[in-house]
Design a protein around this ligand. Structure first.
Ligand code: MN
Ligand code: MN
Length: 460
């Protein structure tokens, strides 16, 4: 088994392509710090490429045929793309799946309070985080506030150089002898993750003068009242842009790469695939980090309903044909994998771990405690994928999340496998997964996109 860096296999032309892809990826991360922002920039992008909205086709009762490109958006947080192939849908699709939600701090529904002349916003963290990593760094607020009259106020503050940022305080080291003795899970606890949003009292107020000042600014700048937080989705994320990392600029350091790195590359592969025998499909979901729940998570029927609508527009819908289509489909369920970290070598099995810069990861199984909760792809399917990747000269590595019984994690793979289709977990290795800033290799970004392209074209 060869295990080596793929950097030196590329031609000058490929390296130029790789840099170009990395640049647009960084811009995608900067413009997409929430699932809503990811969906909205993807809609702009796919419309430019000739994709038409499914609901528009339904309204106009348009016929769908080979070569058509269609997209559907679910509640602004989940998007699906179809590129109709030559073969009947009943014979199955080639599906790419990934998620666009990332760990963060969500602002609570009654968030604003004042203490010690600071105004705070109370948060509830989303997804698995090491809480101590989120203090003392510049934070931005992104999201929407929906008012009673149905209008939506879009909020994005903390990204422009002139914008203010927010932060969570930590205890000064001089007084921290007690804190430093605590377990890492207790150093910063969930209810301590409240962001400081102001310190200047409003003149003429009786009490909570700083809070009153913040409310006045919110009214002036966004036309929102304190009660409007009830119907808001505001996400607190690390402020600032994704950057090249290392003197050799081989890596990217940035927020939300789990799993926008796989989402971005899936979208790119889909748009670059000009013609396919089997229908290509890309589904990018929300809520993976909290168990794929809710109407915009993978467990929602949105995916299945969209395929049913598509079959109807092709004049070929029946319950049986829909089931056949799903069962005959193949899927690459993409998510980031744990990259080998020499500083924590003992947590990994060196022979069954992914290395940054070694290409696409194929994960036969994920799960924890004896593969529990895993999809565990079939050997026959992996054999098929080996052939597809070899033919396209795509480098891949096989890996597990960590050492046996070291921990574990889940993905969306098992949900799609319920249709009886072939599914495997795959993706990109990442360092510092779920930290405010995660690291990936540009080579893996490029190689994974090539792998997705090869998969979309496969037609046996
Ligand atoms: Mn994750
Ligand atoms: Mn993930």
């Amino acid at each position: 088994m060869k295990r080596e860096s793929i950097w030196n296999k590329y031609s000058e032309k490929q390296l130029t392509e790789l840099e170009k892809l990395s640049k647009s990826y960084k811009s995608f991360l900067d413009q997409g710090k929430t699932e809503r922002e990811c969906v909205s920039q993807m809609v702009d992008r796919v419309e430019e490429e000739g994709y038409v909205e499914l609901s528009k086709l339904i309204r106009e009762n348009k016929k769908v045929r080979e070569g058509d490109k269609i997209y559907a958006v679910n509640m602004e947080k989940n998007i699906i793309l179809f590129h109709i192939g030559q073969k009947p849908l009943e014979e199955g699709m080639n599906i790419l799946g990934a998620h666009i939600d990332s760990p963060r701090l969500d602002i609570k529904q009654n968030p604003l309070y004042e203490e010690g002349d600071f105004a705070y916003m109370d948060t509830h963290y989303y997804g698995g985080i090491k809480k101590y990593q989120w203090v003392t760094i510049p934070l931005a607020i992104h999201g929407v506030v929906v008012k009673k009259d149905g209008t939506t106020v879009i909020v994005s503050v903390g990204e422009d150089e002139d914008d203010p940022v927010f932060f969570i305080s930590d205890l000064l080291i001089h007084l921290a002898s007690e804190q430093m003795e605590k377990k890492a899970t207790k150093v910063i606890e969930g209810e301590m993750l409240d962001i400081i949003v102001g310190n200047k009292p409003l003149e003429g107020e009786e009490k909570d003068k700083v809070k009153a000042g913040i409310l006045r600014i919110l009214k002036e700048e966004y036309d929102i009242e304190e009660e409007d937080f009830i119907s808001a989705e505001l996400e607190v994320v690390p402020a600032g842009k994704a950057r090249d990392a290392g003197f050799d600029r081989s890596m990217i350091l940035g927020y939300g790469q789990d799993d926008r790195v796989c989402s971005f590359t899936s979208l790119e592969a889909m748009l670059r695939t000009k013609k396919c025998k089997r229908t290509g499909c890309t589904i990018l979901v929300d809520k993976e980090e909290i168990g794929s729940v809710g109407a915009t998570g993978m467990q929602s029927h949105f995916f299945e309903n969209a395929v049913a609508e598509l079959m109807a527009l092709m004049g070929d819908f029946s319950e049986l044909k829909l089931r056949r289509c799903l069962a005959n489909s193949r899927m690459l369920s993409s998510d980031v994998g744990a990259g080998f970290d020499p500083s924590f070598a003992s947590c990994f099995d060196k022979n069954n771990v992914a290395y940054l810069g070694h290409g696409m990861i194929l994960k036969k199984f994920t799960g924890a405690r004896g593969k529990s909760g895993s999809n565990d792809a079939n050997a026959e399917y992996i054999g098929f994928l080996r052939k597809v990747m070899e033919k396209a000269e795509v480098s891949f590595q096989t890996a597990e999340l960590g050492k046996v019984d070291q921990g574990g994690g889940g993905t969306i793979a098992y949900i799609l496998s319920l249709y009886g289709m072939q599914v495997i977990d795959c993706g990109v290795p990442v360092l510092n997964m779920h930290a405010p800033y995660e690291a990936t290799s540009k080579a893996d970004l490029y190689e994974v996109m090539r792998g997705y392209q090869a998969f979309l074209k496969s037609d046996e």
